[in-house]
Design a protein around this ligand. Sequence first.
Ligand code: ADP
Length: 884
Amino acid sequence: MEYAPGMFDEQTDIIIGGIQFSDLFDLNELQKIQDLFSDATGVASIITRPDGTPITRPSNFCRLCNNIIRQTEKGLHNCFKSDAVIGRQSTSGPVIMPCLSGGLWDAGASITVGGQHVANWLIGQVRNQELDKEKILHYADEIGIERAVFMNALEEVPMMSLERFTKIAHMLYAFAAELSSKAYQTKKLEQFIGFRQQAEKSISRLESRFRALIENSTEGVVLVSAGGKFEYVSPTALRLFGYASDDILHSDPDAMTHPEDLPMVLQTLNYLLQNPLKVPTIHYRFRHRDGRWIWIESTFGNMLHIPEINAIVINFRDISERKRSEKIQEIQYNIASAVVTSGNLEELLTIVRRELNQVIDTTNFFIALYDKQKDMLSKAIWVDEKDAYTRWKAENSLSGQVVRKARTILLNRQQIREFAVTENLNLIGTTAESWLGVPLWQSGQVAGVMVVQSYTDPQAYDKSSAALMELIAHELSIFIEKKKTEDELVRAKEKAEDSDRLKSTFLANMSHEIRTPMNAIIGFSGMIADSDHSQDERIKFANIVQSRSDDLMHIINDLLEISRIESGNATVVKGTVVLNDLIDDLESEFRRRILLNKAETIRLIADKPLDSAQTRILTDSYILKQVYSNLVENAIKYTDSGHIIFGYRPPENGTITCFVKDTGIGISPENQAVIFEHFRQADISDPHRYGGTGLGLAICKGSLELLGGTIWVESKPGAGSTFYFAFPFEPAPAQEHKPAPKGIQLKKTPGYSWKGKRLLIVEDESANMEFLMIILRNTGAETVGVTSGAELRKHYNSLHLFDLVLLDVRLPDANGWELASEIKAVRLDIPVIAQTAFAMSGDRRKSEEASCDNYISKPIAKHALLKMLDGYLDDGVNKSTIPA
Ligand code: ADP
């Protein structure tokens, strides 16, 4: 009968040292062995737990035991009790004794596993001759079995000598002992194998864990043998060095270490070999597969003494970023101190380029400063493999776009092309593979650009390069700002010194310029009265006095004019001017007066490309004459031979450009920059060579600025100069055209006859009064002189008796301009000519405001006065032939 699973489950659940009984013995096998044993020996057999409860099914049990005794409650109980006693633990041998129940011979061998009694193997149910029949019958009675039935069954119980039974029992004992020992050993082995497997499992789990730790660590791990070869390179290390596989293992670590750092690394390894317990950490550069150097921080551990490792273990991490920011800080510091210490921009920029080159490629590097007015960039430093520019238009360059957009621009070749299209740029220069430009600032404005470019590497620059360049640009901006302030201070100081020097030169010059004519005036005027000289000589002297006085007047006028301009008192009086007429007048004036000595060697040419009608403009004729005169006078002064052309060009864009061109000595470029400043003479070291005060051009410039115009020069030393001046071209309205007062028209008639005319002369200075009276004496006009405002006012009632008033506007008791207005209020049609002492354009304005008809400046030139008065007095009759 097969062992049914579950049959013994509960009973067999004995645990021995963690091993269950059912783990030790296969119960089916056991049952089979037990059955075979019973068959072979002819004894009954069963295996029970120590308390006697069965584990196996009984084998070969006799009917007496099985069907009779065990069927009674008491019999069964006694059987168990007896089995427990027989099966008690015995280490010396089997227990052999008559059964407590029926008196049959029984024997038991305890099964002991690992020192623990786990079961009993019981055999028995045999009888021999010594069986006490009385006792047996008595037992049958005791358990309530009929004696005959009992005896009948007893008869069936096999007979066996005690000797044989004892032998069988010993065999059982040995067998059980062997069985348990084998079972236990097997189990132990199994357990050991289990433990081992478990241990192996946990070791491999541990190993995977450590492997995962190493492989996933952000730190790289490298094992290097005592011979300096790679033994192991962790995946992180491979990744950090740019290797995909173990091919790095064949490389030489020394060859991959930066040559500058290698000695230090080798020294550290040496130290480690001598001090195996030390764990040094060092920084050095290691080559990435792509050739660049990466900074690593490595900690070295000497594990050569551990046989399983037998290597130097190097743990490292990439500190390139940290090194880079340290480097950047250092660069910033170096540049910042260079900003403080370097003397000039060029020196600083060279330092900047060198410093920057430590972290970014500055093979092609330039810094350009921006001129906002001209929209031009000009190099401050330029280093380039392909191009060379000094100045370029901002609008067609990438650098110009940095200025325009006031931000950093970082582009590769493709992006440069696209940028040029979207921004509509016609780019200059060679297109770079990578281009980076940052703005330089000054007082919140873009003052320039700093650019790096690579013609070979499209990845030369990135956002971090841009950030670095911006940092440096900031430092540079500080320098530019500082330099500007310094330069301004230096300039201001130089200017102060310069103007001091200029003033002294000017005074010395002026002294010379004034004394020279004064010398002639005083000398010759003294001789005019000297009767030792002939009449002709005296006329000559008088002419000299006159001419020198004109020179003196010229100087004084210039001085007054410049002070008026500089004090801001100069005004503009616009009127209709026919430029062609003005040029004609000036031409004849120059020929008559200025060109005198050089008429033979210099040709004076007036260039008037337009019809007169087209040259009617609204402007200040005084200023125009003044500028032309100054320029032509200079041209004549500085030209020995050749020609002088003066005129204008047809207006363009609302501006007319006039010019005076000579073939004279020319002006050096340095001097061109300063001659428009007052007191400046080009060759101030030798101011007397040509004479002059150095005021003329400053006056021209100041006056033209009042008109909204400009003046400039183009000149080459030795080849002549062309002075240009331009001012707004404002066509005069046709109806505004008034014929110029006759007084300023040139009159060819040499004499004047104003017979019947009455002139009222107002002049407080007796000498001047006399001068006027003498001039007018020969004109036939009647003159009435008054010396004050009060006296004049007395004549208001009789104004109708006069033909003209010549009014001095500076009287001790009255304001001449007011008097003029009073006269006009009394009699509007009487011409009033003002005599002024200021010779300034402001007097013209005042005279107009006061409704004067004209004005004449003191000192009064006889011809000029007569010409002017004639314009108001001449009625076309009675022309006199009196010489003027
Ligand atoms: P100056 O009274 O000395 O002529 P200006 O202001 O008129 O003063 O001129 C300044 C300087 O410019 C002159 O001293 C002279 O050196 C230079 N200059 C002016 N015009 C000319 C010219 N046409 N050719 C050469 N040099 C000139």
